[in-house]
Design a protein around this ligand. Structure first.
Ligand SMILES: [Zn+2]
Length: 259
């Protein structure tokens, strides 16, 4: 058993069977899932899902780089709406928010500004943060260092030991997903191996990045167990023990309500 700390159960690819996917997660022995809200309407859907599954589905709200890009000049309004939504309670984190230099949908200084304003919001609300970072590790580490009031997780960590050490030094958690099981991911495995146990989290990023042996198919939370097993091998622990550790880490970081 472990907790899937990052999935998108409100994604259109779960439109027909989100409830079945949740049931399969329970059957697989998971201790919960965090459904990530990208944008205000999506986060409202996540909140509803979490209210229907108390103590098992938790949720977050944030303006990710894609949503923020769509908002464009309306970003300030979106941020106000996000603040209001978060103030209503029921969310365990702000996110995912971040920098994406792979798609570069907006000028980089704009991305940094939008991230910074949401880091401030999270710190004001005393909520942890879920970070999305793609091909932007230098700038991300600098921003997180500058905004020293935040805590949280670097989600979908798929970089190597150097980047891992930088985030760990700053006090952040690292969440590993299906990529950890991919053949060409030795760097990611090395990063996972050197991450202290009390900073480890696992996730699926469903519907994306299904672990081997399901690679290429739609991912869902129950499949997080494949990633957990791989991580347990790297830490030379029984999977059950690492499951208990990663569950405890998630509950502590996100102050999760358990029912
Ligand atoms: Zn995500």
């Amino acid at each position: 058993m472990t907790l899937d700390t990052h999935c998108h159960l409100t994604h259109h690819r779960f439109a027909d069977d989100a409830n079945e996917a949740i049931a399969r997660a329970r059957e697989a022995g998971l201790s919960g899932c965090i459904s990530i809200g990208t944008g205000v309407p999506d986060a409202q859907n996540c909140l509803e899902l979490s209210r229907r599954n108390p103590g098992f589905i938790h949720c977050t709200a944030g303006l990710d780089p894609f949503t923020a890009n769509d908002a464009g000049p309306r970003f300030a309004d979106e941020l106000d709406a996000l603040r209001e939504l978060l103030a209503g309670g029921g969310f365990c984190a702000v996110g995912e928010i971040g920098l994406d230099y792979h798609y570069d949908l907006q000028p980089r200084p704009v991305q940094s500004e939008q991230l910074a304003s949401q880091l401030e919001l999270a710190a004001d609300l005393d909520l942890p943060v879920v970070i999305h970072v793609r091909e932007a590790h230098e700038d991300m580490a600098a921003l997180l260092r500058e905004h020293g009031r935040n805590r949280g997780v670097i989600h979908s960590f798929t970089a190597g030991p150097t980047e891992a050490e930088r985030y760990l030094e700053l006090g952040w958690h690292l969440a590993f997903n299906g990529v950890l099981t991919f053949k060409n991911a030795d760097d990611v495995r090395e990063a996972a191996r050197l991450t202290p146990r009390d900073r480890l989290l696992v996730e699926t990023d469903s519907p994306y990045l299904a672990p081997i042996p399901h690679r290429g198919k739609r991912c869902e939370p129950a499949l997080v167990l494949h990633t957990l097993e791989r991580l347990a091998l790297l830490h030379e622990l029984p999977a059950e023990d690492l499951g208990a550790i990663t569950t405890a880490n998630a509950r502590r970081l996100f102050a999760l309500r358990v029912e």
